[in-house]
Design a protein around this ligand. Structure first.
Ligand code: NAD
Ligand code: UD1
Length: 337
């Protein structure tokens, strides 16, 4: 069993990963500044697992704060979720994004090096791919930075690749997530976006719970099955388990390697909306509107590398994702508040 430092562990993906880590018997230290999360999520993680974790409130941009974590706790592996993730915001405040995501990442790496901890799992994103056509995206297709957010992910990936190349002590996993949705089966933890959601799934569940009037479908003239955008939605618990597989793969391995974390199946916006209505029995008011800037028609993973090399296999269907997203939202209509 390993002792795992989870940066950003109070957030959406981090909290679900903490549940799986604790359930598998690992020790967990969460480091989070709570800028986009709350301690209640961690209380619920502990309640669900009947295990305790250590929480340290701090910011990855401040070296002394991270150094302190490594001197207070024995750490074997770092899972690095902490960062900012809103594309629009990244266009308005690029410096803030570079500061948290790139400078913060660099500070974390320096602290790791000092503490002689060389195993890292990094949260990357499928947004770095230059998605052209509807071909499943393999890890080796061209990458392209389309906005400041994706640029921070790309820079960090490239920095990690160079570090691992120069120093053979490093063992790094780059996990490129497709579209994480869903929630823990219990409905006790889930996605809790601040303000108006940018992403499709929380928008649909907020319409269903009465917090929003109707869904705007961004674009209905794409070259897809029904004209609406197609994405590879992945259940957050499957995604959390991919981190456990990556952890097993990286302990004892060397170098830096990227893996796609998606199901390999695409669903259109209309298919998601219609399936949500079928699964929950709740009609979703909607309007067809124009395309959203920066969107692609189709984004779908070729996940064969993760399946063969990590021994990871996604378990959940789109219907599971919708049912679990709704279960979380209806139990927590205002999120953790
Ligand atoms: P989230 O906002 O729910 O979680 C991020 C956590 O990091 C939050 O708890 C926040 O308080 C914390 N944080 C932010 N800046 C920090 C800092 N400077 N120091 C310490 N803590 C800080 O987001 P999430 O959806 O859980 O995403 C986690 C990671 O996965 C992010 O790096 C994100 O870019 C990446 N990612 C997410 C998605 C997605 O759709 N959710 C897709 C691809 C990649
Ligand atoms: C978005 C980000 C991406 C990020 C990902 C996960 C953009 C351009 N891309 O991806 O970088 O990694 O979230 O956080 O923001 N849709 C609607 N109405 C809505 C919301 C979305 O029709 O109110 C459509 C979109 O046009 C898209 C699909 O639903 O076709 C999924 O959208 P979303 O959940 O925002 O994910 P991505 O666009 O894939």
């Amino acid at each position: 069993m390993a002792s795992v430092l989870v940066t950003g562990g109070a957030g959406y993906l981090g909290s679900h990963t903490c549940v799986e880590l604790l359930s598998a018997g690992h020790d967990v230290v969460v480091f989070d500044n709570l800028s986009n999360s709350c301690e209640e999520a961690l209380n619920r993680v502990q309640e669900l697992t009947h295990k305790s974790l250590t929480f340290v409130q701090g910011d990855i941009r401040y070296q002394d704060e991270i150094d302190q974590v490594f001197s207070d706790h024995h750490i074997d592996v770092v899972i690095h979720f902490a960062g900012l993730k809103a594309i629009n915001e990244s266009l308005e405040t690029p410096l803030t994004y570079f500061d948290h995501n790139v400078v913060g990442g660099t500070q974390l790496l320096k602290s790791m090096e000092k503490a002689k901890v060389f195993t890292l799992i990094f949260s990357s994103s499928a947004t770095i791919y230059e998605a052209i056509g509807d071909i499943p995206l393999h890890e080796d297709v061209p990458v392209l930075s389309k906005n400041n957010y994706s640029y921070t992910k790309l820079i960090t990936e490239q920095m990690l690749q160079q570090i691992a190349k120069a120093d053979s002590r490093w063992s790094i996993a780059l996990l490129r997530y497709f579209n994480p949705v869903g929630a823990h089966k219990s409905g006790r933890i889930g996605e809790d976006p601040q303000g108006v959601p940018n992403n499709l799934m929380p928008y649909i569940t907020q319409v269903a719970v009465g917090r929003r009037k109707k869904l705007s479908i961004y674009g209905h003239d794409y070259d897809t099955i029904d004209g609406t955008g197609v994405r590879d939605y992945i259940h957050v618990v499957d995604l959390a388990n991919a981190h456990l597989c990556a952890l097993n793969n990286r302990l004892g391995a060397k170098g830096c390697r990227a893996w796609n974390i998606g199901t390999g199946r695409g669903s259109s916006v209309l298919q998601v909306k219609n399936s949500f209505e079928e699964v929950t029995g709740i009609p979703i008011a909607f309007e067809l509107s124009s395309r959203r800037a920066g969107d692609v028609a189709t984004s779908c993973a070729d996940n064969s590398r993760a399946v063969t090399e990590l021994g990871w296999q996604p378990q959940y269907t789109l219907e599971d994702m919708l049912a679990d997203s709704w279960n979380w939202q209806k139990q927590n209509p205002n999120g953790y508040n």
